[in-house]
Design a binder for this molecule. Structure first.
Ligand code: SF4
Length: 567
């Protein structure tokens, strides 16, 4: 647990905090609950999973003074209910008031209506991702003790799916406006007098101006230039000595940090989307610029020249635009899902949509392995997870990767790498025309070597038109992980390798549950942190459903008869 929460936090975990206790159940409550049929999920859950671990785990969040807080185990159940039904904070508040099954599961009296939706949201932020991760691991530990996962023959499977949160994707002009507004709005909330001073000192009339949607029009380009100049003016105003001193004196440290964070976002957006242009003669924009007497003119960087890893939202600096292929675009995040062949979700990770799938694999597997001291027989993944670097890294912690090997196809549709044979002793490739490579060059950024054939051989070759369309000699790429790939290809061709690839499909069912049942495909969140937190809660809900499916002798239906549970 120290790995997740840190030693300092663990040291105070045993501190006793008194939580709010509800009055003893009245006779009327007992009458109602005893007549209520068993719920197929909530009534059986507590018999199999003990949620009281959350009370000691989260005691670090409370001082022990003042009003007694609601028990964290109760609040964890509220968050699980929210994800199970896919409710907003207000809807979950209503549900707790009106649903007797939920009231009975939470141990609340029939007439209870104390939870406020804002408390639910605040509590989620207070617990944070570390606490929810710890809760997820506690539930996994209980599932392990029930024998639901962790078998020595178990394999782990990793896959990702797109998660498009409720983020708008504004155009560049609107994005800059939005980032500027956030800087000013924060200043207004923190210190109204300094905000008034900023408005008096910096031109901000471009903030609320609307422009033509045609980016090529002179009017739009001039408005864009003016807005960027004003945004830089605002950032420079914050750097003035007297303004810095004023902010230092009047704002709290947290307010200053938030302001600097928002300024950095604005700066990044400006640098990624605009650049200064030198004046040119006879340009129509120049004449417009002269009219407005601006000294510096900025232009929008053409989209193909902009950085790939640029911000798409002023609200969430971690969100990115990712492209799976030419038609599938994700605006926001991807959820990495690590589950076992036992169908238990072991770990989830929210990553920016443009991050390569394989990047998170090692850290996710290592986290589960080091926490539970359990290693799988293999890690199954698709081609995106089969890179040699990840195979080598996972091999260092004793986890072999089973994934298809990326075939070296030729960019201009010439002969692919499979048609060339590699001679390890001579360290050269032989082509279909029986010619050998004559030289090689290392390319560090591609983690491999480029082998070159003799130019005269290729020029006189009868197979040239099928082999290459380039003017130069044919080259072939030899990866630094050649040996690793060859071993992987050999294993993939075996019967075990083929069975492993079939087992990989099990992850799709878990992806569907997380995406559709738990609402992670289109979550109502606006930050990576909130999405990560929902990811852990969704993983818990999916695992709890599995626990009941596996542990109950038969799947409980909705039985309309008197309850056997005693209260
Ligand atoms: S073009 Fe060059 S590399 Fe290709 S088959 Fe002919 S000789 Fe070999």
């Amino acid at each position: 647990m120290e790995d997740i929460l840190g030693p300092g936090v663990c040291a105070v975990l045993n501190r006793r905090v008194r939580y709010k206790e509800f009055d003893q159940m009245s006779f009327a409550d007992m009458m109602v609950y005893s007549k209520l049929p068993e719920h197929p999920f909530w009534s059986h859950l507590e018999k199999k999973i003990d949620f009281s671990f959350a009370d000691s785990l989260c005691s670090v969040l409370y001082s022990g003074r003042g009003q007694h807080p609601y028990a964290p185990s109760l609040k964890l159940k509220v968050h699980l209910i929210q994800i199970y039904y896919g409710l907003s904070d207000r809807q979950v508040e209503e549900r707790i008031i009106s649903d007797l099954f939920i009231k009975r599961f939470l141990g609340l009296p029939v007439d209870f209506f104390g939870f406020d939706h804002s408390t639910i949201g605040l509590d989620r932020s207070r617990m944070g991702t570390a606490m929810f991760k710890a809760c997820h691991f506690y539930i996994l530990a209980q599932m392990y003790s029930h024998g639901l996962w962790g078998d020595h023959s178990e394999k782990w499977i990793i896959d990702s799916f797109a998660s498009n949160p409720a983020l708008s994707k504004p155009r560049t002009y609107r994005l800059i406006q939005h980032a500027m507004i956030r800087v000013l709005q924060h200043l207004k909330r923190s210190h109204r007098a300094i905000y008034q001073l900023a408005l008096a000192s910096v031109e901000t009339d471009g903030l609320y101006a609307r422009t033509s949607v045609q980016p090529s029009t002179a009017g739009h380009m001039l408005a864009f230039s003016k807005l960027v100049a004003q945004a830089y003016g605002l950032l420079q105003w914050f750097q003035l000595e007297d303004v810095s001193a004023l902010l230092q004196k009047e704002l709290t440290e947290k307010e200053r940090e938030t302001s600097q964070h928002l300024q950095r976002i604005l700066q990044d957006i400006l640098e990624q989307n605009s650049r200064p242009v030198p004046p040119t003669d006879g340009d129509p924009i120049d004449s417009a610029r002269n009219q407005t007497e601006q000294e510096i003119v900025f232009e929008k960087i053409p989209s193909h020249e902009r950085a790939k890893d640029r911000l798409m939202s002023a609200v969430d600096p971690h969100a990115r635009v990712g492209r799976k292929n030419t038609s599938t675009v994700t605006c926001g995040y991807k959820l990495q899902n690590l589950c076992g062949t036992s169908s238990v979700v072991l770990n989830v990770n929210a990553v920016p949509a443009n991050e390569h799938d394989r990047e998170a694999m090692y850290a996710m597997a290592k986290e589960v392995q080091s926490f539970f001291e359990i290693s799988p027989r293999a890690m199954l993944g698709d081609t995106a997870y089969g890179h040699g670097l990840q195979r080598t890294m996972l091999a260092t912690i004793g986890i072999p990767v089973v994934a298809p090997v990326i075939l070296g196809s030729h960019p201009s549709k010439g002969y692919d790498l499979a048609r060339f044979s590699y001679d390890k002793e001579k360290d050269c490739y032989t082509c279909p025309n029986e010619k050998d490579t004559v030289k090689k060059r290392h390319i560090p950024q591609s983690s491999g070597w480029q082998y070159y054939f003799e130019k005269t051989d290729c020029e006189s070759c009868p197979l040239r038109s099928a082999c290459t369309t380039g003017k130069a000699e044919r080259r072939v790429f030899h990866s630094d992980y050649y040996e690793v790939y060859e071993a992987a290809k050999d294993y993939n061709a075996t019967i075990s390798g083929k069975l492993d690839r079939k087992q990989r499909m099990l992850v799709e069912r878990k992806n569907q549950e997380l995406k559709n049942d738990c609402g992670l495909e289109r979550p109502l969140t606006k930050s990576r942190k909130a999405l990560q937190l929902k990811g852990y809660l969704a993983a818990m809900v999916v695992n709890l459903k599995l626990t009941l499916r596996k542990l109950l002798p038969q799947r409980p239906g909705f039985i309309r008869r008197r309850n056997a549970i005693s209260y």
